[in-house]
Design a protein around this ligand. Structure first.
Ligand code: ADP
Ligand code: MG
Length: 378
C-alpha cells in the first residue's frame, strides 16, 4: 500500500493564511532591472505559477525568496513575518533548481537523506522517511541507484523528493521540467501537481512554458521584463487578458483594432471589422476609446454551408498539427484574415470556400496598446 506523506510540519491553524507575501520587490544588476516592483501572493496550499519569457526575472525572483540574494527594495513576508535577514537554511523554503543540482557522489537515497541531515532522526527513521519520500515521487526501490544511471525524469523526481524531505512550508521550483522532452513533460506536470497537492505544500513554480503553467497552477502570474502584467486563475487570464501584451504572450494572434461605440456600466458595444459586439469593456472605458478586440482562434467554427450569423470565408493556409489544424482564413466581406484552430477531423483544404462563425465567448476586448496606430472609424 502506498504510504502517504503529508506535511506535518505545518500547524493546522496556518491553513488558509497567506504563505508568501511579496511586495514591490526590486532587484537590479548594474543597468538591468531584473525585478521591477514585483508584488505577488501565494496562499497556503496553493500552487502559483509565474509564467514569463527568458530573462524576465523568474530565477531572480526565486533566488530572492530563497534568500540566496538580497533585494534592492521591497519586502518578502512569510507566514506574516518579514524574511529580511533570515538565512536561507532557516526559511523553511525548499528549492528545486532547473538543473536539479543533485550530488553525483551520493546515491538516490543519499541525495534524499541530505535534506534530513539537520533533523534528529534515528538511522531507522531516516531510512523509513527516505523510502516514504521515494514512494511519494514514484521511485520506490530506487534508493541504491547512482544518479548517473537515472533518466532526466527520474532525476527530476529525486530533486523533488530531496526538496520535500525537510518538510518545507513552501517549495520553489525553477523550470523543473525544462530539460525534458515534451511527452515526458506533459506527464510529469500532472504528477508534480499531484505530489505537491498531496503533501499540502505551497509552491511557487516558474516557467516559460504555457502548457506547464496551465497544467498545474491554481493561480497564474504573467511576468514580462521584470514586471507583473497580470495575476489570476489560469482560465481567466487566458480568456480575459488585461492587456494586448498578455494576449500576445499567451499566443493570441487575432487582435483587431476596434472602438467603443456605447458604454453601459462594465459592458458596451465594440465595433471592429467583424461588426458590433456587446462585450465587457476595459475598466474606465469611454465611448470613442480605441480598444483591441481579441478573437480566440479555437472559438472559430468552419461551415461548408451558410448558417445564421456566419461570415463568408476562404482558406488561405493550412498547417496540420495532428489533433488540430491551424488555418489562416480570409473573411471576404470583413476584409481581414483570422487564424483558426480546428479539430484535425475534416478540416477544410487550402482554397476551400465556406463560412465561419465565432463563439461569443471567444471575443474579448483590452485597451489598445499605447502608441498603436489609431483605428479608422469602422
Ligand atoms: P529568467 O529566469 O526569467 O530567465 P533571470 O532572473 O535569470 O531571468 O534574469 C533576469 C535578468 O537579470 C536578465 O536580464 C539577466 O541577464 C539578469 N541577471 C540575472 N542574474 C544576474 C547576475 N547575477 N548578474 C547580472 N545580471 C543578471
Ligand atoms: Mg531562469
Amino acid at each position: 500500500m502506498a504510504v502517504v506523506y503529508t506535511n506535518h510540519a505545518r500547524p493546522a491553524d496556518t491553513i488558509g493564511e497567506t504563505m508568501l507575501d511579496i511586495c514591490d520587490l526590486t532587484r537590479r544588476y548594474g543597468a538591468v532591472t531584473a525585478l521591477d516592483a514585483v508584488s505577488l501572493h501565494v496562499p497556503d496550499a496553493t500552487i502559483v505559477a509565474v509564467l514569463g519569457g527568458s530573462g524576465c526575472g523568474k530565477s531572480t525572483l526565486l533566488r530572492l525568496v530563497a534568500g540566496l540574494e538580497p533585494p534592492d527594495g521591497g519586502s518578502i513576508g512569510f507566514r506574516g513575518r518579514p524574511l529580511a535577514g533570515v538565512p536561507p537554511h532557516l526559511r523553511q523554503i525548499g528549492m528545486v533548481f532547473q538543473d536539479y543540482a543533485l550530488f553525483p557522489h551520493l546515491d538516490v537515497a543519499g541525495n534524499v537523506a541530505f535534506g534530513l541531515h539537520e533533523r534528529r532522526l534515528t538511522p531507522a527513521a531516516r531510512t523509513a522517511r527516505v523510502a516514504t519520500l521515494l514512494d511519494l515521487v514514484g521511485l520506490a526501490g530506487y534508493g541504491p541507484r547512482q544518479i548517473a544511471t537515472l533518466s532526466g525524469g527520474e532525476r527530476q523526481r529525486v530533486a523533488l523528493a530531496r526538496c520535500l524531505a525537510p518538510q518545507p512550508a513552501l517549495v520553489l521550483l525553477d523550470e523543473p521540467l525544462a530539460a525534458l522532452d515534451r511527452t515526458l513533460r506533459d506527464r510529469l506536470v500532472g504528477e508534480l501537481a499531484t505530489v505537491l497537492r498531496r503533501v499540502g505544500v505551497s509552491a511557487l513554480y516558474v516557467t516559460h512554458d504555457q502548457d506547464e503553467a496551465f497544467g498545474l497552477a491554481d493561480r497564474l502570474v504573467i511576468m514580462e521584463r521584470g514586471r507583473v502584467l497580470q495575476t489570476g486563475a489560469p482560465e481567466l487570464v487566458y480568456g480575459q487578458p488585461a492587456s494586448v501584451a498578455v494576449a500576445r504572450f499567451l499566443g493570441q494572434r487575432n487582435l483587431l483594432p476596434a472602438r467603443v461605440r456605447s458604454a453601459e456600466g462594465a459592458r458596451g458595444v465594440v465595433r471592429s471589422a467583424l461588426g458590433d459586439h456587446v462585450l465587457p469593456l476595459p475598466p474606465g472605458s469611454r465611448v470613442g476609446d480605441h480598444v483591441t478586440c481579441i478573437v480566440r482562434a479555437e472559438g472559430i467554427t468552419w461551415h461548408d454551408g451558410v448558417v445564421g450569423g456566419s461570415l463568408p470565408a476562404r482558406v488561405l493556409q493550412r498547417r496540420f498539427a495532428g489533433s488540430r489544424v491551424a488555418l489562416e482564413v480570409a473573411l471576404t466581406d470583413a476584409g481581414l484574415t483570422l487564424g483558426c484552430e480546428l479539430s484535425g477531423i475534416a478540416a477544410p483544404a487550402v482554397g476551400a470556400v465556406g463560412w465561419v462563425s465565432i463563439h461569443p465567448a471567444a471575443l474579448w476586448c483590452c485597451p489598445a496598446e499605447p502608441g498603436s496606430a489609431p483605428t479608422p472609424d469602422p
